[in-house]
Design a protein. Sequence first.
Length: 185
Amino acid sequence: MTTEPLEQAIASTRSVLAAVKKEQLGNDTPCANWKVSDLINHIVSGQEFFTSGVSGAPRDESETDFAAGDYVAAFDEGTAQCLSAFRGEGAMDRTLTLPFGQMPGSAFMMLATTDTFTHGWDLAKATGQDTNLAADLASEILDGARQSIMPAFRSEDGAVFGPEKTAPQGACPADQLAAFLGRSV
């Protein structure tokens, strides 16, 4: 397995992130109780979480407000480290010990791909950007999500995933994925 899906998710989310205006940082997002600034902080720090998960190195637990600075540069730095970690010798093949349990490296990379891409969709939705993002990748992620997301992972409070929503007729693959993951499209 290669890092190509994660690279595509990063490119898609980076294009959305680069178009966010400072005056939009207070906008609501599809993620309950998060403003755009919170979502940006999650997207950037998520790359650090994925890197730490693969490398086994302790994660910096301090809360950095990436949204207050050059969040695109911080994302670029974080994604470079993340991709390097996943490309490391044996990273995809070994079992990783994560805060929520053990997982094969290849499965963790797909989780990173899904998280990065989906939060890019959330950011696009919150800032009025086009949500028709990377159709082939969105379809691939949706196929994988349908196979791996069990009803036990869903709850009304959206702790992991909210209840599946219905996407409008003719919705693009990214909107279909968002609805499957519990977002209102």
